[in-house]
Design a protein around this ligand. Structure first.
Ligand code: NAD
Length: 320
């Protein structure tokens, strides 16, 4: 009998999660089960909670396969190619995401400065809310190259909209192409002019025998926009779907996939907006944002995007 030697993996795909509360745990769980990475490093101000989560997941390796999950201090995340940031307060019933800004801005500034020292080359993927304003702050604070500070933005909102459109048209949400852009929050903008199933634009006429009338648009848009509020009213938090979103985005980065996702990035004149981060479709790969896209929108959508940016700009200025 020979003793197996553990060969070093040819290329370890390492992700760190800073903040292992509900969202960080859901992300770690999704990444573990999907094997999004070969190594998942967990960091939390409450070290015992990160350690417990790592142990808990490691016991499922017999079923999932070899994925190393370890709780580490933040200065030990140097191997991470992606650092997911989910540290910070979450919404309580009745609060908006922007209500979290003052408390979470302080946490994000602190986390970004330690992560800059510990993993200067990693791509930062922020989920902490209000994610757009915090992405702008993190990008300004961080010394890493352009395109390496990304907010999850409206990826979750767009997934919610696709699920609702899929239900309405009785097709798989994976076959629905639809984006919500702008703020991950109340001023978000559903882009109906480009929404399509199987290449058929929903705004152009009947698709699969259904017409996208104003009442249907308004109902789908408000259900996507208010989803977090509704879920928080029922279970006190949202975590499962954002966990899956984070796993997909981490795979896009680690796998250099060049998939297109609506992500929050500091805007530089796109649709006439600058000085705030908000979601536009972005091509995502190993170095973070590989390209930004500005698809044709109708005049109403562009105006709504600018209003959304104004809301974010006001929140940023109010913070000083
Ligand atoms: P939570 O309270 O369950 O967990 C937050 C964790 O952050 C805690 O474990 C806490 O110990 C840790 N933490 C705080 N400061 C830290 C620091 N300096 N370093 C390390 N860890 C620190 O909250 P949650 O439900 O996991 O939500 C986390 C954030 O994610 C919230 O801001 C929430 O609004 C946001 N969120 C975003 C989306 C999205 O689509 N972007 C979706 C859902 C929730």
């Amino acid at each position: 009998m020979t003793t197996p030697t553990r060969e070093p993996l040819i290329q370890r795909r390492t992700v760190a999660v800073v903040g292992t509360g509900s969202v960080g745990r859901a992300a770690a769980y999704a990444m573990f089960v999907r094997r999004s990475a070969s190594e998942i490093l967990l960091v939390d101000a409450n070290e015992a909670s990160a350690r417990g989560e790592a142990m808990d997941l490691m016991h499922a390796q017999a079923l999932v396969g070899r994925v190393d999950v370890r709780a580490v201090p933040v200065d030990a995340i140097g191997a991470a190619q992606v650092v997911v940031i989910t540290a910070g307060r979450s919404q309580k019933p009745g609060q908006t995401r922007l209500d979290l800004l003052a408390a979470n801005a302080e946490i994000i500034r602190e986390v970004v400065s330690v992560v800059d020292r510990a993993a200067p080359d990693a791509v930062l993927l922020l989920a902490t809310n209000p994610v757009d304003v915090l992405t702008q702050i993190a990008a300004a604070e961080s010394k890493r190259p352009d395109g390496r500070v990304i907010g999850t933005g409206t990826t979750l909102d767009s997934a919610r909209l696709r699920a609702l459109v899929g239900e309405t048209y009785e097709v798989s949400p994976r076959s629905v192409h639809a984006y919500i852009l702008g703020e991950h929050g109340d001023s978000q903008v559903p882009i109906w002019s480009q929404a399509a199933i199987g290449g058929a634009k929903l705004a152009a006429g009947p698709v699969l025998g259904r017409v996208l009338d104003d009442a249907t648009r308004a109902s789908l848009a408000s259900r996507a926009r208010d989803a977090a509020r509704d879920i928080i009213a029922c279970k006190g938090r949202t975590d499962s779907a954002i966990g899956v979103v984070i796993a997909h985005l981490v795979e896009a980065i680690l796998g250099d996939e060049h998939g297109v996702h609506p992500l929050s990035v500091p805007l530089r004149g796109e649709y006439g907006i600058e000085g705030v981060a908000a979601s536009i479709p972005c091509v995502v790969g190993r170095s973070g944002i590989a390209a930004r896209m500005t698809p044709d929108l109708d005049a109403g959508e562009i105006a709504a995007l600018r209003r959304s940016a104004d809301v974010l700009g006001q929140a940023l200025r109010a913070l000083g």
